[in-house]
Design a binder for this molecule. Structure first.
Ligand code: URA
Length: 252
């Protein structure tokens, strides 16, 4: 699928999410929050659900937890424009309570379709509700900072998934902030592993590969993002041939 097609499909899913009445959360929402980012990415971040600010703006991670997520991305020299950010539930649970199992189940097809369109190499889960979808049965205290093959039923059967605490948890429990930043250093390495796995260079590491944190992120490859044809027309590309970002990076 070409990136423009991916984007159009994501937009169509976003429009369905905005009109969704599949669960009770639609009753209290100001705006649904489908997710945002680039359709050309290899990396998807999945949080829990919109909070107060996200509900007002219709955008994911724009409050305090969002600022921390921006800092985490910046710590590995990435930015939110290079990834896609979404949530397990797309409407704000009242009072920021945890999403109920039936709400998560009702919203699941939206995330599944987003993942099918994006076909990410790496899914970074933020918090236990997101982790439960990609690594059922895992415990966040044990698996944070590590990656494994994503559960096939998650919608991203060809992805690795990397577990992180939710940024909001660090706002309540200061000591987790250091853990989040340490764990984040392992994300670029997980992307490199995910690329190698997709290229068939190695068998999946079972059950999980523990990340050795990398002190300097300077050399880390950013997620592949294809150039915006509006901003920078690529006159070297063959008409009708899909651009392959991984080939550009020489990793495939
Ligand atoms: N917390 C989440 O899980 N998602 C958001 O979009 C914002 C805060």
């Amino acid at each position: 699928m070409r990136d423009a097609e991916r984007q159009a499909t994501l937009d169509a899913i976003g429009a369905e999410v905005a009109a969704c009445t599949r669960c009770r959360l639609h009753e209290g929402r100001t705006r649904a929050v489908p997710g945002e980012g680039t359709a050309a990415t290899e990396v998807v971040f999945v949080g829990e659900g919109p909070g107060f600010n996200e509900d007002r703006q219709g955008r994911p991670f724009v409050g305090q937890a969002g600022s921390l997520l921006d800092e985490l991305l910046a710590s590995v020299l990435w930015s939110r424009d290079e990834v896609f950010i979404t949530n397990v539930v797309k409407c704000r649970p009242p009072g920021n309570r945890d999403p109920e199992p039936d709400e998560i189940a009702a919203c699941a097809p939206h995330l599944t379709r987003q993942l099918e369109v994006l076909d990410p190499a790496l899914v970074v889960t933020l918090g236990r509700f997101s982790m439960a979808r990609f690594s059922p049965g895992a415990r966040i205290g044990q698996v944070h900072g590590t990656f494994r093959a994503a559960d096939a039923a998650s919608g991203a059967p060809n992805a690795l998934t990397f577990a992180m605490y939710h940024p909001a948890a660090a706002l309540h429990q200061g000591s987790l902030k250091q853990t989040l930043f340490a764990d984040m250093q392992g994300v670029p390495r997980a992307l490199t592993e995910a690329r190698a796995l997709r290229a068939g260079d190695r068998a999946p590491e079972e059950p999980s590969a523990t990340i050795v944190t990398v002190p300097s992120p300077v050399a880390a490859d950013p997620p592949a993002v294809t150039p915006d044809p509006e901003a920078a027309p690529d006159t070297t590309a063959d008409a009708g041939v899909e651009f392959n970002p991984t080939a550009q990076l020489g990793l495939f």
